[in-house]
Structures are given as structure tokens and as C-alpha cells.
Design a protein around this ligand. Structure first.
Ligand code: PAN
Ligand code: ZN
Length: 192
């Protein structure tokens, strides 16, 4: 056995239900409410009012039991609920992987977008069921629900890459996502 195969992770099957949005066996599930998204929406007072009010669940992340450690390949399903705060579409916090490594997202349900920013360039991918979005090493990434039902996707990422949320607070994401009058995605400059 190569020395990097650190027990106790052994080969195992994971039942993936793209309809019910479950991974079984399952690992930890994260719930991100509005209050967890401080400093991310452009309109801080609209954010504060929502966080102090009904403080809605903006997204959940359910994982398989594969650990976030070097050389492992964890997976998770993120479900972002539909909504907007002062027009800015509900989204994940977004992060950079401090150890720059690639990641894939497979869209499962609903309609969304994958916003990527490398500090200079911005990229946006429309994500509908069946789309694989590829996130190259060094691109911070955030997902956005652009529809009117939950948007869900599977993520597969290197377990040792880490998650740097401060990077987005410092550098932003290059753009912010809104909808125009016809319901199309309207990407606006990040502006703060
Ligand atoms: C995803 C994200 C997930 C939630 O699994 O972690 O969509 O987004 P935030 O982590 O930005 O809150 C991923 O990109 N993992 O690396
Ligand atoms: Zn990531």
C-alpha cells in the first residue's frame, strides 16, 4: 500500500441521488443563513435588515464522508435557494483555494451561474442541469441562483486545497449578479 493511502479511508460506494439531492452515506451538512453572509452583499443595510429579521437560509452544503485532507477528493451538494437582497441574487460566500488547485461543479437542478475571479479577470458560466463548470487553479469562485427555484450542483474538489473566505472580502469577486427587466442575468461591476 503506498504510504499516502492514510487509513481509515477505504474504497467505498456513495449513493448519489440527483433528484433528492443526497449523498449516502452522508458527512456534515452546513447551513448558511443570511447572517453568515456579512460583508458580501453590496447593500449592507438591506443585508443587515434581512439578517436581523427572518434571517433566511440562503444555501446548504451537504457532503459525503470523504475528509478534507491532502490527496483525498471530497464531494458535496450545494443548494442555493431563490431570492435577492436589494436585487443582488442569492449566492454562496465564495472563496479562493489557498493551495491553488482545480475543481469541478456539475449542475443538477434549477438555474444558476458560476462566477470566477482571478484578481483581474472575471468569468461567468451559465449553469443548467448537465453542465460541468470547470474552475481552474487560482480562480476564486462563487455560485449564484439565477432562477425561481432552488439551484443545486455537485462539487468535487481536492481535499487539501483549503478554503480562504477572507480573499473574497479583500479582493471581491469582480462582478455582482442581478436580473434585468427581461429576467436575464445582469452582471454589474463589483463596486465595493
Ligand atoms: C463548494 C463550496 C460550496 C459553498 O463545495 O464550498 O458551494 O460555497 P462557499 O464555500 O463559498 O460558502 C466548493 O467550491 N468547495 O471547494
Ligand atoms: Zn471551491
Amino acid at each position: 500500500m503506498p504510504e499516502y493511502l492514510t487509513p481509515p479511508v477505504s474504497p467505498f460506494a456513495i449513493a448519489f441521488d440527483a433528484e433528492r439531492l443526497t449523498l449516502s452515506p452522508e458527512g456534515p451538512t452546513l447551513t448558511r443563513r443570511m447572517s453568515d453572509l456579512e460583508g458580501l452583499f453590496l447593500d449592507q443595510s438591506a443585508w443587515a435588515e434581512s439578517a436581523a429579521g427572518d434571517n433566511p437560509v440562503v444555501y446548504t452544503v451537504t457532503s459525503s464522508p470523504v475528509p478534507e485532507i491532502n490527496r483525498e477528493l471530497p464531494q458535496s451538494i450545494t443548494t442555493i435557494f431563490p431570492g435577492a437582497t436589494a436585487g443582488e441574487l442569492w449566492m454562496t460566500k465564495g472563496h479562493q483555494h489557498p493551495d491553488h488547485q482545480g475543481e469541478i461543479y456539475l449542475a443538477l437542478k434549477g438555474r444558476g451561474g458560476l462566477l470566477m475571479f482571478d484578481g483581474e479577470r472575471v468569468e461567468w458560466l451559465d449553469m443548467t442541469p448537465g453542465t460541468i463548470g470547470y474552475i481552474p487553479p487560482g480562480w476564486a469562485h462563487r455560485s449564484v441562483n439565477t432562477g425561481d427555484e432552488p439551484y443545486a450542483f455537485l462539487a468535487v474538489y481536492p481535499g487539501g486545497a483549503g478554503h480562504d473566505y477572507g480573499w473574497v472580502l479583500t479582493h471581491g469577486m469582480g462582478s455582482r449578479a442581478y436580473l434585468d427587466a427581461s429576467g436575464s442575468v445582469d452582471l454589474r461591476p463589483y463596486a465595493g
